[in-house]
Design a protein around this ligand. Structure first.
Ligand code: NDP
Length: 316
């Protein structure tokens, strides 16, 4: 016998700052939200070490600790937080259908999408090979840096993430070589300066990664080529960290929602509304500009308020 279809007033997909803030507001407004955490409970912040720019934490807080507090706050007001991955949606009708782990079907009056974004890789064959082998390629210094303590690593990227990760690794590793593809950082000045001042970080400008070198099992180095002089160098390293940006996690919505050319959900300006009534978006899934925990939290609040107003208008 098939499981009875569950009906919920407000389903929240994702457990980063956007999802949990939506959950806090939605539960306090008696929308009885159900929140599915996805494959990375707590979202991207769980891979961040120190968060120093979220208001209310004058001494900073670790990403995982902050997310535990977000979760506790949402649960305090009754949010039903569940493990599970939303694998399919059908937004063609008035009631929005979603499937959890390809099995459980839920019918939702409102859906708040807070699925965030995922790390990008270079796409080199050698990079993917050692990534799959678990042999020394990572997109998360905070998750994996510990394995390289006292060793030499290479990191590619020049944004705030790359600087944050390089700085984090410099406290664990003997040496961090940063490969910057242009002759400038994209990162904010303060983050770039911190990296430049760190003794065991060597910055190589105008460098492209050609190949991740290895012995078939683990990484042993990185081949890089100067896009100015053509010089090719081999850098000895046991770890290769990629910090070159993110892709929004919006694939399952593409048949129903308007996405921009890079896959970010297009919201109605000044709101969290999507092109489908009753489906709202918050956080990095729709934001390629600000991408901060605090802006994600702000849009989570907007999504819950918009969902509440939508339901009020629908039911009178
Ligand atoms: P960004 O898009 O800002 O930066 C990506 C970096 O990777 C750029 O320097 C880019 O180079 C480089 N890059 C991209 N593709 C390649 C490639 N194929 N080969 C080599 N290099 C490549 O992403 P981030 O993840 O760093 O940051 C995203 C957002 O999050 C930003 O708004 C940032 O400010 C914010 N953030 C804030 C933090 C904080 O305040 N604590 C921490 C982390 C992120 P190029 O410059 O040449 O394009």
């Amino acid at each position: 016998m098939s499981e009875q279809i569950e009906k919920v007033k407000c389903l929240i997909i994702g457990s980063g700052p956007a999802g949990y803030t939506a959950a806090i507001y939605a539960s306090r407004a008696n929308l009885y939200p159900v929140l599915y955490q996805g494959t990375q409970p707590g979202g991207q912040l769980t891979t961040t070490n120190e968060v120093e720019n979220f208001p209310g934490y004058p001494d900073g807080v670790t990403g995982p600790e902050m997310m535990m507090q977000f979760q506790a706050q949402a649960q305090r007001f009754g949010t039903d937080v569940r493990d599970g991955w939303i694998t399919k949606v059908d937004f063609s009708g008035d009631i929005h259908k979603v499937w959890v782990n390809d099995e459980k079907e839920i019918h939702c009056e409102t859906v708040i999408i807070s699925t965030g974004a995922s790390a990008k890789y270079l796409g080199l064959e050698s990079e993917q090979k050692y990534l799959k082998l678990g042999g020394g390629v990572s997109a998360c210094a905070v998750c994996d840096g510990f394995f390289y303590r006292g060793q030499e690593v290479v990191l590619v990227g020049a944004g705030d993430s790359a600087c944050e990760e390089a700085h984090y690794l410099s406290n664990i590793c003997k040496k961090v070589t940063m490969l910057v593809r242009r002759d400038v950082f994209r990162a904010s000045k303060i983050m770039a300066e911190r990296v430049k001042k760190t003794e065991n970080i060597e910055i190589l400008y105008n460098m492209n990664t050609v190949e991740v070198l290895g012995d078939g099992q683990v990484v042993t180095g990185v081949k890089a080529k100067s896009n100015k002089t053509g010089e090719v160098i081999d850098i000895p390293a046991t770890g290769f960290f990629v910090a070159i940006g993110h892709t929004p996690n919006t694939k399952i919505f593409k048949d129903y929602l308007n996405l921009d050319e890079t896959g970010y959900i297009v919201n109605v300006p000044d709101s969290s509304k999507t092109n489908v009534p009753g489906v709202f978006v918050s956080g990095d899934a729709a934001d390629h500009v600000y991408r901060q925990a605090v802006t994600a939290a702000g849009t989570g609040c907007m999504a819950a308020l918009d969902a509440e107003r939508y339901l009020a208008a629908k039911h009178g």
